[in-house]
Design a protein around this ligand. Structure first.
Ligand SMILES: [Zn+2]
Length: 487
């Protein structure tokens, strides 16, 4: 057997002002030998596939791996050049199994469904008998082109995505059994008519994920995935779906997808975010006697295409003269450069944040001391590491900011502590992240508070101004099923 592996991923926020070109990919990860380099979220599956293939004595042919931090629409030439590089390598390889690490929410100029386009072209190249298996992020748009072109699609189950390597093992096992003729996978999906985010660290989603895992273990499903959807992708298919893969039974796959989809629908009231605004969240810090509280600045999450330079929370903290609070990671390459040049210990006037878009708020003028500067920083994420570039710790009267020059969300406390900042001594840490922070920050938090605040990805899903999706989804409609028979 010969296995071809490659990866192409970014999550496109149609409402983000930042274009995604070659530089955005190069700033994150572009490699022709990804499995010879340290793993990150999207390359971890390729490491797993190489190891498992070689363990069976199978040949591995490795193509491009290119991943970009989520932001706005990908430039057409960028997408087409990476796609065509992967397809030419695939044509040369002539494999028995194709395994791709994709995202599922990549939009480029002229392509609303990059993954569907790539998979369709891959299928045309290899023909109907070669196994195509795809691993995706659950914040994706599951489209007919993806489903029709691939034999197997497996999404991460956890959010934070700590299981990209585990799901890669699942996908490899299914692809190998398919290629050996031991199973005949059939995929069916169910449209839940919901647009939301689903945190799997707590009820009710924790139990939902555990039940999917048990279903796979007990054999009714070869694989079950909850496609959360990525709410800020303006495409016709945006929304939540359940994808079931069963062995040689479309009926069983359809039934499983429907039953899990209907279970999710019944949980919607528990899933709807009921979070404090910025002032109410800061009141919690004032009222707390033990630190640190961890506050999530949900709306400025670089991992969903936000700039990661918004100042709404920072300005309120300064207005209220609060102290012993850290905030990060602010993506502000200009400010990083000025602090680098000034050096550790320097005091300077610095204009921080609020630079990329109106959704970043206003820049904040501070009088800061540079506490630390560290190049080539990175943060843990699952079994991989995510780069953050040069990190800078600055302080003004007990308000500590971490700036960086590679745009990324706050994944792990080491983004702060590697600079020497002791989070245990603080009253609160405000992290620019929607949920990936939880794996690293949860264990050090006396309480985790999600903020319902302004920014590029405000969690008001009913108000997202879609131009390509119909209005038949909760929470835009209280009951999008009214007047129609469930499909
Ligand atoms: Zn995701």
């Amino acid at each position: 057997m010969k296995v071809f592996i490659a990866g192409l991923a970014t999550e496109t926020n149609s409402f983000s002002p930042m274009p995604t070109g070659h530089l955005a990919f190069q700033d994150t990860f572009v490699s022709r030998s990804a499995t010879k380099e340290p793993a990150n979220l999207f390359s971890a599956p390729m490491h797993v596939w190489r190891t498992l293939s070689e363990g069976r004595g199978w040949a591995v042919c490795e193509g491009l791996a290119a991943f970009a931090q989520p932001s706005g629409i990908t430039m057409r030439a960028t997408y087409e050049s990476y796609r065509d590089e992967i397809l030419s390598a695939l044509a040369m390889a002539a494999p028995d199994i194709v395994l791709l690490s994709l995202h599922g929410a990549m939009i480029a100029e002229g392509y609303d469904d990059c993954e569907g386009d790539l998979i369709t072209r891959a299928r045309a190249l290899v023909g109907p008998d070669i196994v195509i298996g795809v691993e995706i992020d659950p914040h994706s748009h599951l489209t007919p082109a993806m489903r029709d072109g691939a034999d197997l699609i497996v999404a991460y189950k956890e959010y934070p995505h700590t299981d990209s390597a585990d799901r890669a093992r699942d996908l490899f096992d299914l692809a190998a059994r398919t290629a050996l003729g031991q199973i005949r996978p059939v995929m069916r999906d169910y449209n839940c008519r919901m647009v939301s985010m689903y945190h799997t660290t707590r009820a009710p989603m924790r139990a939902f994920v555990d039940q999917m895992l048990a279903e796979e273990k007990h054999g009714r499903a070869l694989s079950l995935s909850l496609i959360h959807g990525f709410p800020w992708g303006d495409v016709a298919e945006v929304g939540t779906r359940v994808l079931a893969i069963c062995d040689n039974s479309a009926e069983q796959a359809e039934e499983l997808a429907r039953s899990y989809g209907q279970m999710l629908w019944s949980l919607r009231a528990e899933i709807a975010p009921d979070w404090p605004d910025i002032d109410a969240a800061l009141d919690k810090i004032e009222a707390s006697h033990a630190g640190p509280l961890v506050l999530a600045d949900f709306a400025d999450n670089a991992g969903a295409g936000a700039p990661s330079d918004s100042t709404f929370v920072l300005q309120k903290i300064l207005d209220r003269h609060m102290k012993d609070i850290a905030l990060g990671l602010f993506w502000d390459p200009g400010a990083v450069r000025l602090c680098q040049d000034a050096g550790v210990g320097a005091r300077l006037r610095l204009r921080v944040g609020g630079k990329v878009a109106p959704s970043s708020g206003q820049p904040v003028d501070m009088q800061v001391t540079v506490r630390a500067v560290l190049p080539d920083m990175s943060q843990r994420m699952g079994e991989g590491r995510m780069p953050m570039g040069t990190g800078v710790w600055i302080e003004q009267d007990g308000v500590h900011l971490v700036l960086c020059d590679t745009r990324t969300q706050a994944f792990h406390p080491e983004g702060f502590t590697d600079l020497g900042l002791d989070l245990g001594k603080l009253r609160a840490v405000v992290v620019k992240s929607s949920q990936h922070f939880y794996a690293g920050f949860g264990p050090i938090a006396t309480e985790v508070v999600y903020i319902n605040g302004p920014g590029t990805i405000s969690p008001d899903y009913g108000q997202i101004p879609y131009s390509k999706r119909n209005n038949q989804f909760w929470p835009r409609m209280a009951d999008p099923w009214a007047g129609s028979s469930p499909a």
